[in-house]
Design a protein around this ligand. Structure first.
Ligand SMILES: [Zn+2]
Ligand SMILES: [Zn+2]
Length: 165
């Protein structure tokens, strides 16, 4: 869905937006986030003197990978887009400037807003216990048999040496 930001148009134009955008995945913090359904985009765009006023609601479902326990989990993603975008730089700093030309691609606006809405750290739950660093056991599913004392890695290496003797 593309909208041309004409500035000399006589009247402002208004467009209702209602479409679904199929996107496979996106890379975020070195993790691939998969879209489990098309991104639903609804709302309205008004263009007045080369400035687009974009108001959208966005809904989709994504597959995350927990950064602690590496489990995959699904979550819905709902967000609102409320942005003004101009093809020329404006004094008002709340108005974003469109890079390269006058064609505003609504999909780009939506994807940028999805990036901003993603959690900084992806966790399956607030208090995810993660994996045991020694044996890899998922500590959400129960304690492993490794000793729980924090072992200094240098001491750990010594310990291993003694074991071999
Ligand atoms: Zn987790
Ligand atoms: Zn363990």
């Amino acid at each position: 869905m593309e909208i041309i930001l004409q500035d000399s148009s006589v009247k402002s134009i208004s467009k209702d937006i209602d479409f679904a955008y199929h996107k496979e995945n996106l890379v975020y913090n070195n993790e691939t986030i998969e879209f489990l359904k098309p991104i639903q985009i609804k709302g309205n765009v008004t263009v007045n003197h080369g400035v687009a006023d974009v108001k959208l609601s966005v809904n989709t479902k994504v597959l995350y990978t927990c950064s602690r326990c590496l489990e995959n989990f699904e979550d819905t993603l709902d967000l609102m887009v409320d942005e003004k975008i101009s093809k020329n730089e404006q004094e008002d700093e709340n108005i974003l400037t469109l890079e390269g030309g006058e064609v505003l691609d609504i999909r780009d606006v939506v994807v940028n807003n999805i990036y901003l809405a993603l959690p900084r750290k992806v966790l399956c739950k607030e208090d995810c216990k993660g994996l045991c660093q020694l044996c890899g056991q998922d500590l959400n599913e129960g304690q492993c048999n490794c000793t729980q004392e924090e072992v200094d890695p240098r001491l750990a290496a010594l310990k291993d040496m003694f074991k071999e003797v």
